[in-house]
Design a protein around this ligand. Structure first.
Ligand code: CP
Length: 319
């Protein structure tokens, strides 16, 4: 595997799940695979779970790990081509990337959408430059439009907890004070459809996601209707995708907060969220602390999803 952005990069999801469970039962079983190999993790944005779980995954596989926070201690990087660099950016990404690639065997990149340009965000301009110029396998640790390590962990968590073969999985928008990227909901919808689940995406009007990611899901603007019969409820905020409002907040409607009343509409559904979460906005304390909340096992599975992905990339290096 040379890159990891989508479920297609992983191939058969059932096989990937089985591999995840094998790793969960013996997470140091491949500790020789990464001997004398180095993972470089590059963060353009903050992280708790991704930073810790991916580093732990690399350690499970016996790798060395270098973490670079681009905005803390590195030269400020120019990402646009053709500019006269007379401002505060000292180094161009086009030199920085191959230099970084020369110090490692694999690269993970976190680089969120900036909302400056929908075209630039949806072309995944930053991570694609790493893929093109680093000479190394590259995986997304949440890039502009996708968060595949999260969606893979979500898939593992649902497979572990489902009680019917094809559960109803509802992705619901919920209010948030800041404009957030669409990466998590894009990947969640894409992976849940790829898993073969019944997928419903509920959001207020104006918040429909890129159909490229939701193809195969039912889209509705009626949250209560969507929640009926749900086995899993995945809450997430995102900003508007559609033009001319790309990246904007159109609503902070607290009627979309996931509460005990909302969960009562479901078929005793599990509650999921990728974290970090704004309590009282996205979800009530009662729901997130309740017995059907999966937010902690879901976050713990980030170590497992990252171990599978890094293991696959290390195995490909040996071929
Ligand atoms: N869910 C997730 O990616 O968390 P972090 O932003 O803390 O890494």
């Amino acid at each position: 595997m040379k890159q990891f952005l989508s479920p297609a990069d992983l191939g058969d999801l059932r096989k990937a799940f089985q591999e995840a469970i094998e790793i969960k039962n013996d997470r140091y079983g491949h500790v020789e695979l990464g001997r004398n190999k180095t993972l470089l993790m590059i963060f353009f944005n903050s992280s708790l779970r991704t930073r810790l779980s991916t580093q732990k995954a690399a350690m499970n596989l016996g790798m060395n790990c270098i973490v670079l926070d681009v905005n803390q201690g590195a030269w400020k990087l120019e990402t646009e081509r053709g500019v006269i660099m007379d401002g505060d950016k000292s180094e161009h990404l086009l030199e920085a990337i191959p230099v970084m690639g020369s110090y490692c065997d694999l690269i993970g990149v976190r680089s969120f959408a900036t909302f400056d340009s929908k075209e630039k965000d949806y072309s995944e301009a930053i991570i694609q430059q790493f893929i093109q110029y680093s000479g190394r396998p590259v995986f997304s640790m949440e890039s502009a439009t996708v968060h595949p390590l999260q969606a893979f962990a979500d898939y593992i968590t649902i497979e572990e907890h489902k009680t019917v073969e094809r559960p109803k999985v509802v992705l619901t928008w919920a209010p948030h004070p800041k404009a957030l990227p669409q990466a998590v909901p894009n990947s969640f919808a894409q992976w849940m459809v790829a898993a073969g689940y019944e997928v419903v995406v509920a959001n207020p009007e104006g918040y429909d996601l890129d159909p490229k990611f939701t193809a195969g899901a039912t889209i509705t603007h009626d949250q209560d209707e969507a929640l009926k019969g749900a086995h899993f409820v995945y809450a997430k905020n995102w900003s508007a995708y559609e033009d001319p409002n790309y990246g904007k907040i159109l609503s902070k409607d607290m009627n979309w907060t996931v509460s005990a009343q909302k969960m009562a509409l479901t078929d005793n559904a599990f509650f999921m969220h990728c974290l970090p979460v704004r309590r009282g906005m996205i979800v009530t304390d009662e729901v997130i602390e309740g017995p059907r909340s999966l937010v902690i096992p879901e976050a713990a599975n980030r170590e497992i999803s990252a171990t599978v992905v890094i293991k696959r990339m290390l195995e490909a290096l040996e071929k």
